[in-house]
Design a protein around this ligand. Structure first.
Ligand code: PMP
Length: 441
């Protein structure tokens, strides 16, 4: 009997009791290898002594002071650190409590920026199909995940969607990655022209798609082309790195690998690393200046903005992520995960694609490899894989259902950055067994 409205009602969940490193232990004493960091949250591992010490020290001094009245050393230091690590041009930070809040704030920043610079007619948001930007109304409207939006559609503000960069399904056999990227950029440009170039506010995209497709990175110079089109029409580029940022893909910011700097970037999950709920929006100096020289106010705010204990935890998490040995391990273990999955699953008739960057890897399951036809969503294969993996002591992040006409089952693997080779091998072994067992069910 539970009094909690869990996401899946009637599904008995183990009670997590403690966690250390890459393992979570339940109240029955069972140990689970955290192969997905929850939902790509656990970045520096569980119970990292340095993070715990930083939080304790903050708790002993100050737990809360409202940001209308005070700032704190913890928040100021975190902002400084993030700006130091970010691609040049992202000079200011707005601290929130999670990913959806970060996306909401980013959208409002974009809107207020255009009001401040006397372009109040700019209001359209363009994002991509098969994307996820959060569950609050504005973020949900921005995302293109049909399944998550479905029943809320009538109350969502209008947004517009173009194709994601999803080579496995959409790139023509004879099309080069460059030609594919150019085709997608043309589609974005056509959408801007259709809506009216001086009425479009922002283009929003995840550099590596997470919660909808399982670690799909872009091809060739896709984001450089997108950046050029945004610049051509004065549209802001908002990159959502809530899931793929903070070292997850092997660089602190995922967009570093795409060679672009957005006007606004959102981060969350790995930033708090599971220690505290925290997210952040980073913005360009020109957006900041438009507020500072205009109304002198960003017309937004939540009670727990810049929470000092969350900021203190994130400060230490970011410091650990930025250490060269941490990112080196993300890259080495990420490569091991990719090649190990290819070796273990490459011959499975129902594994269509294995992909990703760093410790952000996805497996796409198909009923037939040749035609790429997915399994019938009614089979709920992703839910079976999740259950089979849990029974084998592995936390993974399978997702599925009907998504914009593509019925797909995907598995996201995103273990903590401190993972070791033997643990990577265990993830591979357990996920291969789980896929097999789920299909046999
Ligand atoms: N954006 C992206 C890219 C995400 O993956 C998520 C969460 N999966 C969110 C936003 C929303 O974050 P949160 O769940 O912390 O609100």
């Amino acid at each position: 009997m539970t009094r909690i409205l869990h996401r899946s009602i009637g599904v008995a969940l183990p009670h997590a009791a403690s966690a250390q490193g890459v393992y979570i232990t339940d109240t029955m004493g069972r140990r689970y290898l955290d192969g997905s960091g929850g939902a790509a949250v656990t970045s520096v591992g569980h119970a990292h002594p340095e993070v715990l010490a930083a939080m304790r020290s903050q708790i002993d001094n100050l737990c809360y002071a409202h940001t209308s009245f005070f700032t704190t050393d913890a928040a100021e230091e975190l902002a400084e650190k993030l700006v130091d690590l970010a691609p040049e041009g992202l000079d200011y930070v707005y601290l929130v409590s999670g990913g959806s809040e970060a996306v909401e704030a980013a959208l409002k920043m974009a809107r207020q920026y255009f009001v401040e610079i006397n372009q109040p007619q700019r209001r359209h948001i363009i994002a991509r199909r098969q994307s996820y930007h959060g569950n609050t109304i504005g973020a949900l409207a921005t995302g293109g995940n049909a399944m998550r939006r479905q029943q809320f559609q009538p109350i969502l503000p209008e947004t517009h969607h173009v194709s994601p960069c999803y080579a496995y399904r959409d790139k023509g056999i004879d099309e080069t990655p460059e030609a594919y990227a150019a085709r997608l950029a043309d589609e974005l440009e056509a959408k801007i022209l259709e809506l009216g170039p001086d009425e479009v506010m922002a283009f929003v995209a995840e550099p590596v798609v997470g919660a909808t497709l399982g670690a799909v990175a872009s091809e060739a110079d896709y984001f450089k082309r997108v950046r050029a089109i945004c610049d051509k029409y004065g549209v802001l580029l908002i990159l959502d790195e809530v899931m793929c940022g903070m070292g997850r893909t092997g660089t602190v910011f995922a967009c570093e690998q795409d060679g672009v700097t957005p006007d606004i970037v959102t981060i969350a999950k790995g930033l708090g690393g599971g220690y505290q709920p925290i997210g952040a929006v980073m913005l360009s100096a020109s957006i900041y200046a438009s507020f500072a020289n205009g109304s002198g106010l960003f017309q937004h705010g939540h009670t727990y903005l810049g929470h000092p204990v969350a900021a203190a935890a994130a400060n230490k998490v970011v410091e650990i992520i930025a250490r060269p040995e941490t990112l080196a391990n993300v890259n080495a273990m990420g490569a091991r995960l990719q090649s190990g999955l290819e070796a273990a699953l490459g011959a499975f008739p129902y594994v269509g694609d294995i992909r990703g960057r760093g410790l952000f890897r996805g497996i796409e399951i198909v009923a037939d490899r040749e035609s790429k036809v997915p399994f019938d969503p009614a089979r709920k294969l992703h839910a079976k894989i999740k259950r089979q993996a849990m029974a084998r002591g592995l936390v993974s992040y399978p997702m599925g259902g009907t998504i914009d006409g593509i019925n797909g089952d995907h598995i996201l693997l995103a273990p903590p950055y401190i993972i070791e080779a033997s643990e990577i091998d265990l993830i591979i072994e357990r996920i291969a067994e789980s896929i097999d067992a789920a299909i046999a069910e």
